[in-house]
Write a protein that binds this ligand. Structure first.
Ligand code: HDE
Length: 717
């Protein structure tokens, strides 16, 4: 193919990314020709000038990568063309099966730094060697959608971390919600089939708001606690940098004496929790389907490194026996008020992957990857997972040698007598491929003292397909969660249920769900039943165990866990020709000082001519950069520009959406005129930028949302 325009420079490979093998090959031929030569009117790139030679996968240099081999200039292509066949064949096989769940994800490299030793409890050095930075690779995902789905559906976020410890890889494969839908792994395929797109019609993609999901849930009382969490704004995160992580299950830590202590893992974002509101989330999906991936990428590239506090809840078997719930049931959490969190370290993301496929796609997490000193509990959901992940990697990555891929390989030495299989990269030497043996002097042997040992926990009872009675209470923690929320969060949960169940066509499914809600909270059931237009509330099902009152736990809120900071957030300033440069700069300074970033939005991306005649470049064009992409906005306009923009739908939406998404809005006189044209009534969250001290007032307001405004702009259940 000819390059279209001789003025366009041909694409240059980035020398930093060149394969070292190719680099060395480039040395073997010194081309005495210019880098680009005209050949029959076409521009070609040749090796030389530091560019490596372009070769086949077998290393043969290519003279022409633009034309296939033909019988004549206009003639048929010849089967002989091994270069064409190799290139197309490789391309045809570029995709591997996407993950059956958690297909859409973004990942980063980083490290875990231990600040407090757990030496009393474990021999795992990653948890005892204070100050050590253990490399990690972490992938955050949605659950239901395919690999190409949007970043912002209402969905749980998977949060998996691979710790490349000096004693082997430890995979902590968690979520951003501390409980799960089901208690037993045997129900997982049904849960996922119910939530995924319906098999006959192939939709909806990445959404819970449909009949099959709610049908399954309404028949699964154990899911009610999780339902409260997924209907809360936890499933609408503002940024992946602002979500919590939980290992969910109880694990065991095992010390040098073989004593074990139960542990739950938590990690909490340094930037605090923050979510979006539903209407905003829906619009973000259209404005930027890659919203979370881009946000994470930009933060890491800018050097504002995402960070989490890493904490544990530790408890003994005796303490666990006294809990009013069973800690082996993954639909239950241990309130922080009952077992406080101990912060023992920090997780930092510091490097975006070089290659999405090689790293983010091929990384294989398995909860069964633990190191000596960490062990499993009997949680039946965890036990099922210990099988599932290794199994899924075989179909996804195609070979039991997936651990040899660079992203999956331990960074410590590893050796055993496993051999062969597809895509074997290693070339073990010698005639011995078994253990024990007496023929080799250097083959790997067991390590009795430091090797992995399972906890010798006593097990008794009768075998059977049974569920413990201690797993029977499905509503008490759901109630505790709902009642622990602020009034705004409760309204969002109720409204989310109305939205979701309104998309369910079968009335009996809606009724069954509202029946469950009656056990959780009478007012919630009333609000949702009312929102669905029910004349009277349906009967509640018979609970398997009495519902209990539990103390409220503010740690379960989002609003309670927001931090009064603008760090890591982004403010959008809408400007146009004639805007006041001094106001813009003043606000920019204040926002940057508060640790946030600023983007200037203008009708044209080339920028604006300011009041003082100077040109100011813009970061985004108005129609393509709506206010849903920002945490707070300011509108700095001349009165004549405000008049022009008053008949511009994108400008009206910019203001209206910012207002209805409860954001703080800074305005000068022109900005106020645009607000009034958008029929927005200024309230305490609208800051007059012409007043003295306005910058400070804007920053204070921008650190939160204007929750009180919501009642005046939206009907909530
Ligand atoms: Fe997963 N899950 N899961 N899951 N899960 C997978 O493994 C499975 C569960 C979680 O970024 C799969 O490699 C079963 C709970 C994350 O690559 C698969 C059960 C939690 C990720 C699988 C569960 C999770 C997965 C699909 C019920 C939170 C993405 C691809 C017993 C603690 C990891 C893959 C990544 C992925 C099975 C329940 C978290 C099929 C059978 C509970 C974060 O193996």
């Amino acid at each position: 193919m000819a390059l279209v325009d001789g003025n366009d420079p041909p694409a240059r490979p980035n020398p930093d990314q060149a394969d070292p093998m190719n680099k060395s090959k480039s040395k073997r031929t010194a081309h005495a020709v210019p880098a680009h030569i005209a050949d029959g009117g076409e521009l070609h790139q040749l090796a030389g000038d530091g560019h490596p030679e372009l070769t086949t996968n077998q290393g043969a240099a290519l003279a022409d990568n633009q034309n296939s081999l033909k019988a004549n200039a206009r003639g048929p292509v010849l089967l002989e063309d091994f270069i064409l066949r190799e290139k197309i064949t490789h391309f045809d096989h570029e995709r591997i099966p996407e993950r059956v769940v958690h297909a859409r994800g973004s990942a980063a490299h980083g490290y875990f730094e231990l600040t407090h030793s757990l030496e009393r409890y474990t021999t795992a050095r990653v948890l005892t060697d204070v100050g050590t930075q253990t490399p990690i690779f972490s992938r955050i995902s949605t659950v239901a959608g395919g690999a190409g789905s949007v970043d912002t559906p209402r969905d749980v976020r998977g949060f998996a971390i691979k710790f490349y410890t000096s004693q082997g890889n430890w995979d902590l494969v968690g979520n951003n919600i501390p409980v799960f839908f089901i208690q037993d792994a045997i129900k997982f395929p049904d849960l996922i089939h119910a939530v995924k797109m319906e098999p006959d019609r192939g939709f909806p993609q990445s959404a819970t708001a449909h009949d099959t999901f709610w049908d399954f849930i309404s028949l699964t009382p154990e899911a009610m606690h999780m339902v409260m969490w997924i209907m809360s704004d936890r499933t609408l995160p503002r940024s992946l940098r602002m979500i919590e992580g939980f290992g969910i299950h109880s694990f065991r830590l095992v010390n040098a004496e073989g004593e074990s202590t139960f542990v739950k893992f938590h990690w909490r974002p340094k930037l605090g929790l923050q979510s979006t509101v539903w209407d905003e989330t829906v619009k973000i999906a259209g404005a930027d389907p890659d919203f979370h991936r881009r946000d994470l990428y930009e933060a890491i590239e800018a050097g504002t490194l995402p960070e989490w506090e890493f904490a544990v809840q530790l408890f003994t078997e005796t303490e666990a026996d006294a809990f009013p719930f069973d800690h082996l049931d993954a639909t239950k959490l241990i309130p922080e008020e009952l077992v406080p969190l101990q912060v023992i370290g920090r997780l930092v993301f510091d490097r975006w992957p070089d290659n999405f496929f090689a790293e983010t796609e091929q990384v294989a997490f398995c909860p069964s990857h633990v190191v000596p000193g960490i062990d499993f509990s009997n949680d039946p959901l965890l036990q099922g997972r210990l099988f599932s992940y290794l199994d899924t990697q075989l179909s996804r990555l195609g070979s039991p040698n997936f651990h040899q891929l660079p992203i999956n390989a331990p960074k410590c030495p590893y050796a055993n007598q496993q051999r062969d299989a597809h895509m074997q990269m290693g070339q073990p030497r010698g005639r011995v491929a078994y253990e024990p043996n007496s023929l080799s002097t250097d083959s790997p042997r067991e390590t009795a003292s430091a090797g992995f040992r399972s906890t010798a926990s006593p097990e008794s009872g009768s075998k059977g397909r049974i569920r413990a009675e201690t797993f029977a209470d499905h509503y008490s923690q759901a109630r505790q969660f709902y009642r622990s929320q602020t009034q705004y969060e409760q309204a969002h949960i109720a409204s989310a249920l109305v939205f979701e169940l309104s998309k369910v066509a079968h009335p009996h499914v809606r009724e069954a769900m509202v029946g469950h809600l009656r056990h959780i909270d009478a007012d919630l059931a009333q609000r949702v039943g009312g929102g669905l237009g029910m004349k009277k509330l349906p009967l509640a099902p018979q609970p398997a165990a009495p519902v209990q009152e539990r103390p409220v736990s503010p740690a379960l809120q989002i609003i309670g866990k927001m931090k009064g900071t603008l760090q890591g957030r982004c403010v959008g300033i809408l400007i146009s020709d004639g805007s006041d440069g001094a106001s813009i700069t003043g606000l920019q300074h204040a926002v940057l000082k508060a640790g946030a970033s600023v983007k200037l939005i203008a009708p044209k991306v080339s920028g604006v001519r300011l009041l003082n005649g100077k040109h100011l470049a813009a970061d985004g064009q108005l129609a393509g950069t709506p206010s849903v992409l920002f945490d707070a906005v300011a509108i700095i306009l001349s009165t004549s520009a405000a008049k022009i923009l008053s008949s511009e739908a994108a400008a009206i939406d910019f203001v209206r959406d910012a207002y209805s998404h409860l954001k703080t809005i800074g305005v000068d006189e022109g900005g106020l005129n645009l607000l009034l044209a958008a029929v927005v009534t200024p309230d305490a969250g609208v800051v007059d930028l012409d007043e003295s001290g306005a910058g400070k007032a804007f920053i204070t307001g921008a650190k939160t949302r204007q929750w009180a405004r919501e009642a005046s702009i939206r009907t909530l259940a």
